[in-house]
Design a protein around this ligand. Structure first.
Ligand SMILES: C[S@@+](CC[C@H](N)C(=O)[O-])C[C@H]1O[C@@H](n2cnc3c(N)ncnc32)[C@H](O)[C@@H]1O
Length: 339
């Protein structure tokens, strides 16, 4: 791939687009277009902002394709409602807030992170507690993180539940389930499989509330635990899944996690990690490569790995028959068994 000068300029100025969108979502500006077209003055009155700056924002959102404009009226295309209106289930404002509060400030220190191979939590937040301790200190931040991850996971879960026969198992434990999207999908498809989640204590109250609201409070058990400390529920779970979590931790911590899971499993049980691995020659994909930099600035040694590297860690932890399973959707499954 050869880049030209404009490609480089576009990469560097990419943050203009990112911040225009997160600001518009944060202002819940799109909500005002739900049922009506608006002029700049009408929107300025609704969001209680000066006309000049409101119009600058509207011109940018129109130029970026978020809004359309006819005469002096701006419109929100109905196809955009599902992810731009704050009361829609797929609203992306959760991600916007997470970016504004955590990711953008941390990425501002990327060059220091590369020079020192260290996360930038202390530099940005003056706080050297773990990534999840900082992230989970405020209930609103828990909601932002879990809600957007649940939406990110949707295409993966659709492919996983369609392609993998969960009914061959009698008890399924999802470690670090987040908002519980995967166990909910399995509950809907396989009434015979018993379901449990193990989550960090700081995320469990939010999770219990969410499951309760959706009517899964009794169907899916929530057990507080920590897969690194090794306090996992010991049950007869013949399937354990860990989604998009290995990459949050350094390779040596990943081995600890894998060994703890192996030890908690019954003989004959199966373990599946879902990740978005790097290509074996580490040539990409671009999203995973950039996500690895996100791990660098935010976590304690978290890093993206290739499928081969994940398999080597599975072997080191004791899993037999370690292998890769490709499923439709954005993630790859790394599978191992306890003989
Ligand atoms: C990146 S999110 C992934 C959420 C979901 N599993 C998915 O696949 O999209 C990682 C999740 O793991 C949980 N987690 C992180 N460290 C953990 C630990 N040491 N023990 C248990 N859960 C943990 C976090 O609370 C968070 O919900």
């Amino acid at each position: 791939m050869t880049l030209n000068k404009q490609d480089v300029v576009n990469h560097m100025m990419g943050f203009f687009q990112a911040k225009a969108v997160t600001a518009a979502l944060s202002l819940k500006l799109f909500d005002h277009f739900r049922d009506t077209d608006l002029s700049a003055q009408q929107l300025a009155d609704k969001i209680d902002a000066p006309l000049r700056s409101t119009e600058q924002m509207l011109i940018a959102l129109n130029a970026m394709g978020y809004l359309t404009k006819q005469d002096n009226q701006y419109q929100l295309p109905t196809e955009h409602h599902a992810f731009l209106l704050s009361d829609e289930p797929m609203w992306l404002g959760w991600l916007g807030r997470h970016i504004d509060t955590f990711l953008y400030p941390l990425w501002g220190e990327l060059s220091s992170a590369v020079k020192s191979d260290t996360n930038q939590r202390e530099a940005v937040f003056g706080d050297n507690r773990s990534w999840f301790d900082i992230l989970y200190q405020n209930p609103d931040d828990v909601a932002d993180f879990q809600e957007f991850l649940g939406k990110f996971a949707a295409p993966f879960i659709e492919g996983f539940v369609k392609d993998y026969d969960f009914s061959q198992h009698h008890a399924f434990l999802d470690i670090g389930s987040g908002i519980g999207t995967l166990p909910i999908a399995v509950a809907n498809a396989h009434p015979g499989v018993s379901l449990a989640i193990c989550e960090l204590p700081q995320a469990s109250a939010f999770l219990r509330d969410k499951l309760g609201e959706q009517g899964y409070g009794d169907r899916i058990e929530v057990v507080e635990g920590d897969v690194i400390a090794g306090n996992l529920p010991i049950g007869n779970y013949d399937l354990i899944h860990l989604g998009w979590m290995l990459h949050d931790y350094a390779p040596e911590t990943q081995i600890t996690i894998l060994k703890n899971i192996y030890n908690a499993m019954p003989a004959g049980g199966r373990f599946i990690a879902s990740e978005t691995p790097l290509n074996d020659d580490k040539s990409g994909p671009e999203f995973t490569a950039l996500l690895s930099l996100n791990m660098l600035v935010s976590t304690d040694g978290g890093i993206e790995s290739s499928s081969e590297e994940y398999l080597a860690r599975f072997h080191e932890a004791g899993f037999s028959n370690a292998r890769i399973l490709e499923i439709p959707g954005p993630r790859t499954l790394i599978v191992g068994e306890k003989a």
